[in-house]
Design a protein around this ligand. Structure first.
Ligand code: AMP
Length: 359
């Protein structure tokens, strides 16, 4: 059997491990929290991410090690990489951990982003308003301060208390994301571009494919994913969050891992992001990323809906992560798959009446 080590044992680790079962892949997670979601399908080493004994066990027992969250200590990945293949590479992961390095790498790869400045550079903010974001560790809209034009950027950065960057506010029409995988032989497979809605800074709904995306922007999104994958000689799945503007797409954030906006692929694509990631990092051929019909994914955040009502929606698939309810916590998701956009939007409208929106 192939053994895959995963840093992190949350829902992404759970769905990776579940996808490994039919492929004969055994997963071992390192996870500091007790009773992690991945425990249903993976062996769990209950330890901090930089615990030498746990990392040594991964290095000894695994064919390859990957991550299900980007905020793992870079030195732990580097230590592992001297002993066992780490995919994607520590460099690809640590670049995506830091918003400043991430934006510089995107720009260097020819990908446009919002205008930005490192806070240690003199900056008075941007004419269109400024968002000050922590460079590392922020997620789901946390670690951000939004300022009107003329707002005090330096004071906002001081309030965050850690290294941060200032970004110009982008007047986007909508938010999209593109997910793609690259295999060890350099083959790239890109899923259809999807449209994302956030509530209180947390992903709430994904529609796949994004409605009415023209071919120019579709190709631009694919080129953005490809640029990142090639820049890092990348192995595995990457997700790039995008702002859709009249002038074209801007990249906002890169996730060096499977991503919430790719959960629809479990039922809505020929090959799921979880299976594809495992194929990519274990040197198996990549699968077909084509969509099967039209899908929508709704996150279950903070509280659980009436399960019977959700499952009564035609084409609905329920995924629960086994986590205790808590405000703002991702507890599960529902995916509906329909033959066409019309059927998808009908099913999504029904789901919206059943699933509470946070915030
Ligand atoms: P992030 O943590 O960078 O993904 O930001 C969380 C959310 O804030 C994004 O999904 C956007 O809705 C919004 N946002 C982030 N950066 C910008 C920006 N430069 N301009 C406008 N909205 C933004």
């Amino acid at each position: 059997v192939t053994v895959v080590g995963i840093l992190g044992g949350g829902q992404l680790g759970r769905m990776l491990a579940l996808a490994g079962v039919p492929l004969g892949i055994h997963c071992i997670c390192v996870e500091p929290a007790a009773d992690p979601p991945a425990a249903v399908a993976a062996e769990v080493l209950h330890a901090p991410f930089d615990d030498r004994d746990a990392l040594a066990a991964l290095a000894r027992r695994c064919d390859v090690v990957t991550v299900e969250l980007e905020h793992v200590p870079a030195h732990a990945l580097a230590w592992l990489a001297e002993r066992v293949p780490v995919r994607p590479s520590p460099e690809a992961v640590s670049t995506a951990q830091d918003r400043l390095l991430e934006k510089r790498a995107l720009n260097a790869a020819g990908v446009d982003t919002a205008p930005y400045a490192a806070i240690d550079e003199p900056t008075s903010g941007f004419d269109e308003g400024t968002i000050v974001k922590v460079r590392t560790g922020g997620y789901d809209g946390r670690g951000q301060v939004r300022l009107p034009p003329g707002g005090d950027v330096t004071a906002a950065a001081r309030q965050l208390g850690v290294p941060s960057i200032a970004e110009g506010v982008v007047a986007f029409g909508r938010e999209l994301s593109v997910l793609a995988a690259r295999g060890l032989d350099g083959t790239i497979a890109c899923w259809p571009v999807v449209e994302n809605e956030h509530a209180a800074g947390i992903l709430a709904v994904t529609r796949a494919p994004a409605a009415g995306l023209d071919a120019v922007k579709r190709r631009q999104a694919e080129a953005i994913a490809r640029a990142w994958l090639q820049r890092f000689d990348y192995a595995g799945v990457v997700a790039v969050e995008l702002f859709d503007t009249p002038a074209g797409l801007l990249a906002n954030e890169v996730a060096p891992r499977v991503h919430n906006s790719g959960h629809w692929t479990i039922e809505g694509a020929v090959t799921s992001q979880f299976e594809q990631h495992l194929r990519a990092i274990t040197d198996l051929p990549l699968g077909d990323p084509s969509a099967i019909g039209c899908s929508a994914m709704v996150n279950l955040i903070g509280t659980l809906p009436d399960v019977d009502a959700v499952l009564a929606v035609p084409g609905a698939h329920l995924h629960l992560y086994g986590k205790a309810p808590r405000p703002g916590r991702k507890l599960g998701h529902v995916t509906v798959v329909a033959p066409d956009e019309h059927g998808r939007d009908d099913a999504l409208a029904r789901l919206r009446t059943l699933v509470p929106t946070p915030g």
